[in-house]
Structures are given as structure tokens and as C-alpha cells.
Unconditional design. Sequence first.
Length: 242
Amino acid sequence: MWIKICGNTTLGDAQLAVTHGADAVGFVFAESPRRVTPESVRRITDQLPHSLEKFGVFLDADFAAIVDTVRVAGLTGVQLHAADETGLAARLRKHYVDHPVTDGRFGILQVLHYAGDANRFATQLRSLRINTAMDAVLIDSCTATQQGGTGIKFDWAGARDSFLGEAPHLRLIAAGGLRPENVTQAIQTLQPWGVDVSSGVESQPGRKDPKRVAAFIHAARTAAAELEKIPVRREYNVPAKV
């Protein structure tokens, strides 16, 4: 189970993710109570383990802005909320093949919003199969005014069949409204490749609660271990990039 703790604003919060065994941390460079600057993030990433993946979250930024932010902030991946209609993911993939980051790896997560229409969601997932630039698809909720970061969970039961059906083809990350209290149910229902949390482990916007971070990661690891004890019909045969 791949676990990302997102919306970090301080070194102490990012280190909580490290202490409790998260795989990745995220920093928001879009309009948000958790918005940070590339320079402030660099002061954090310079003090984090090389093995920890460090993602920047972008909404409408263009190629040049993303590349510059990655360089200044010391990131190892990006999370793209805008639809990939301009081939941004492919441009970024090529760029980081030709100009690798320090440790040589670069992760690209594409966000897809589940808006309550199971058939449309299934069609969208199938269309993403051909986008080989992506490492994983992060499934989030949205509202009329927020593209992610809502703290609201999507309809897990409605999305379940698509999660299970597309798992052999795509790495799917569940996000949106996850908390220590419900991440076990989310994993049991969706059987995702990974989970992502931000507001669900906060004491206030932009500040992580140590006990909630620890509880979330423990619950997610435990739920994933329980799933491994029963026959799970899907396998991941493509080498992981993220």
C-alpha cells in the first residue's frame, strides 16, 4: 500500500510522515489554505530522506512553471489536477527522462474526479490507459468551487467496480475525505494501489495532528495487510515508477 501525506506546510509535519512510514509527501502550489512557495518547500525537502517521494500539487500551472517549481523546491514528482488535454504529462515525462532529477526518478500522478456517474467514471478510466506518461491516477472528490482538497469522500460503492476492473491496467490512488476512522473501509471497498490524505490528519488547515497521522498510516497498513490474506484477483505487473 502506497501512502502519501499531502498538504504539508512545515518541516515538522513532513517529518511526521517519515517517522510513521509514509511513502510520499505532498506540497500544494495552487490556491489553498495549505499553499506554499517553492523556496519554503526547498528548506523542507533538503532535510527529508532521499527515499521519500516529494510531490508538488498543481492546478493550472503550465509546463515552464512546473519545471521551475520542481527545480527550486527539490521535488521528485508532480500531481496534476488539470485534465491532460495538452499532453502536459507526456512533456514532463520526456523532460525528466532527458533531464533527470537528482535521484533519477520522477513520478507523475494524474487526478481524476469522481462526480457520481459510475459509467462516465469507467469511461474516463479506460481512456487513461493509453497515457503511458502517468505513473498512477489519483481519484478525488470535487465540488462546484473546489477541484480537490475538499475533505469530502466520493461514492466508494459507486466507484468500486471501476476500481477493481481497471486495477490490472492502472495504479489507482484513493483520496478525498479519507481519515483514520474510514481509511480501513475505503481500502476494503476499493482495494486501491494507494491512499492519499490531507485534511483528514490535520488539527487545523495546514497543520498536521501527530496522533492522526500515526493512526492513519497504521490503519492503512493494517487494512492492506488484511487484504493480502484473502484472494485478491488483481496483480500489478508493471514496474513501479512512483
